[in-house]
Design a protein around this ligand. Structure first.
Ligand code: ADP
Ligand code: MG
Length: 624
């Protein structure tokens, strides 16, 4: 409990005791009123103050206003009737404060639980100085510094292992419970927990650019992006509050007037009391509290599974996804190619691969990384000049003074170089050296182990269409599509063509359905932002993709999209359950009050009860 909550609890207990005591003290008249008023002010002064502020700021119809007017009204009625029974006004306020206290406690607690799950922020980095370790602020560590991570500590900054061996627990980042080994030369990302050995890591990024900072930034910003259901509250309030106030006024005035006309006694007090109760009852706290809390819990639950959703509105869109479009390389396939052959080359195989690797030295495309790996030696960048990467085609560069082109058939066409077709299934890298065709390298990629499962899971989750778009050759694309059971495939697309295809699919889908695009961001960042919802691969994906995407999958597993959709559906289901439940109980109570079948106590009791249930229901969104 916070200090503020403790203070509130004390106020509640004192007010309750004082109220009980007053009922045994036989005072009357003005002294009685003064004593009761004192207790009333003790328990309700902050509500009265907030109500006053609300009126000054032009926000008249909030819950504080409703409570203030209803309890002051109840007091006024008791004075008018000279009954001396001031219990009701105080008890209602007391009850309301108990509800508020519970609400702030429950909300605070669940927010804390959720944040604890995302507790990946490292507090320090160790640097070795004169043989001993010094703790420094990770923000102050320059790129290229060697930091030391001891067992049990979090890796504070992204980097490469330069010494030591260990296993890393990545579960806070990816939801993956299997520990990963880290050896010399391995890249490690911040936020993992070092479990066994001491690691020395040379940082490759500044703290602010490291994975951990990026993730925290995303999650922290996510709750500020509003969802349509939250707008729903605002829109709802605009209609609801005036309607309720109007009804209360009508309830206070119309029946007595009708009775007078009919020649009966007006019974002003009865109707005024009902109208005041009606106002207290109308306050929609359960909705106001539970809807944002549900979204927050949903985002927290998803991030526990390694799925970062950047805002509650994306959770809502995700729940309505009917079409999922995939990029191939790096998304459905591992993007780690092996050279499976070199054909028609006048040069030695090694020489050709060397040219290819050197020409590719600046590219971050998976093909380039694979060719550099196949070459296997350190790359001397000073041998390479005039590098140009043409997206969806390949690269051209000058290596050791000769021009080298490496890419697909489109690149050769563009350069006007005749090439040999290849009959192997695989991704073909045509090479031209000095403007002459120099054969091709056949490389092949493997499908990720869970890709097929992912497509099946999507179909099971109610996705009606899965599509694969790729810049790769038709033959490879079709064989991968058939293996995975993707419904539709389009190959040999340039980045711009991918946008066109997605636009066609967007137009083709019905109004209710939404389209998700899943990619690694290499050559597909524009599509990521064009789709209703863009999903990027977090580990492999480029920074631009993570920036452009609405959802980031931390461990690059396409199967997590199905999981994300399931989480979003559950979250939305809870939101609608709470809306329906709260409104149904509310209308029932309002009706009972108008008919005189419920008093203020019952109304408040119902309201607090609904709120408690709605909050408990909201917290379910945290679990898949
Ligand atoms: P995908 O849609 O499968 O992710 P891309 O759009 O990234 O594929 O690339 C399409 C094709 O363009 C590749 O299959 C390859 O033939 C060629 N290509 C793109 N970049 C490069 C590169 N750096 N080196 C060689 N070929 C490339
Ligand atoms: Mg790609």
């Amino acid at each position: 409990m916070t200090k503020k909550q403790k203070k509130m609890l004390a106020r509640i207990i004192i007010a309750f005791a004082a109220l009980a005591a007053l009922n045994f003290i036989p005072v009357t008249g003005i002294l009685r009123l003064a004593l009761y008023l004192a207790v009333y002010l003790l328990i309700g002064y902050d509500i009265l103050k907030k109500a006053g502020k609300g009126i000054l700021n032009g926000r008249v119809f909030d819950e504080n206003f409703l409570m203030a007017i209803a309890t002051v009204g109840a007091f006024a009625l008791a004075i008018y009737k000279k009954s001396g029974d001031y219990n009701e006004a105080i008890a209602v306020m007391l009850f309301y404060q108990v509800g508020e206290l519970f609400q702030s406690y429950a909300v605070g607690k669940s927010r804390k639980n959720i944040s604890a799950l995302m507790d990946i922020r490292p507090d320090y980095a160790n640097i070795e100085k004169d043989g001993s370790l010094v703790k420094v602020d990770p923000d102050e560590v320059d790129v290229g510094t060697v930091i030391v991570v001891q067992p049990g500590e979090k890796v504070p900054i992204d980097g490469v292992v330069v010494e030591g061996e260990s296993t890393l627990n990545t579960s806070a980042l990816t939801g993956e419970s299997l520990p990963r080994d880290a050896h010399m030369g391995d890249e490690v990302i911040s936020g993992c927990i070092n479990m066994t050995g001491v690691l020395k890591i040379r940082t490759t990024k500044a703290f602010g650019e490291s994975t951990v900072s990026k993730i925290l930034e995303l999650v922290e910003n996510s709750s500020s992006r509003k969802s349509r259901s939250e707008d729903f509250i605002a829109k709802f309030a605009r209609v609801y509050t005036p309607a309720v106030c109007g009804s209360a006024l009508a309830l206070a005035v119309l029946p007595p007037v009708v009775r007078l006309i009919m020649g009966l006694s007006a019974e002003w007090e009865i109707w005024l009391y009902r109208a005041l109760t009606f106002l207290v009852t109308s306050c929609p706290c359960a909705l106001v509290v539970s809807i944002p809390l549900t979204f927050f819990a949903g985002i927290g639950g998803a991030s526990r599974q390694g799925i970062l959703v950047k805002g509650s509105n994306y959770l809502e869109t995700l729940s309505r996804v009917r079409t999922v479009v995939f990029d191939k390389t790096g998304t459905l396939t591992r993007g780690v190619f092996e050279v499976s052959g070199v054909h028609h080359s006048p040069l030695e195989n090694e020489k050709l691969i060397e040219y290819a690797a050197l020409a590719e030295c600046a590219s971050s495309h998976p093909i380039s990384r694979s060719l550099q790996k196949a070459y296997g030696k350190p790359i001397d960048r000073s041998r390479v000049t005039d590098i140009e990467e043409i997206s969806g085609h390949g690269v051209t560069a000058t290596v050791d003074g000769v021009t080298v082109a490496a890419g697909n058939a489109k690149l050769m066409d563009k350069l006007g170089i005749a090439y040999q077709n290849c009959h192997s299934v695989g991704t073909i890298i045509h090479m031209a050296v000095n403007g002459e065709y120099a054969g091709h390298i056949v490389i092949s990629d493997i499908v990720k182990p869970h890709s097929k499962e992912a497509i099946d899971a999507l179909h099971k989750a109610g996705v009606t269409k899965t599509v694969m778009l790729t810049g790769d050759a038709k033959k490879v694309a079709e064989s991968v599509a058939a293996e995975l059971g993707v419904d539709e495939v389009h190959a040999e697309l340039l980045p711009g063509d991918k946008v066109n295809e997605v636009e066609k699919l967007l137009a083709a889908q019905g109004k209710g359905g939404k389209l998700a695009f899943v990619g690694d961001g290499i050559n597909d960042a524009p599509v990521l932002s064009r789709a209703d919802i863009g999903v990027a691969m977090g580990a492999m994906g480029s920074d631009a993709a993570i920036e452009a995407a609405d959802v980031v999958l931390m461990d690059d597993e396409p199967i997590n999209i199905a999981k994300a959709i399931r989480i979003s559906r559950k979250c939305l289901r809870i939101v609608y359950q709470n809306i329906a439940f709260a409104l149904a109980v509310k209308f029932l109570c309002l009706l009972l009050v108008a008919l005189g079948a419920a008093n203020m106590w019952a109304a408040i009791f119902a309201d607090v009860g609904v709120m408690v249930l709605a909050v408990l229901n909201a917290i379910r969104a945290l679990r898949e």
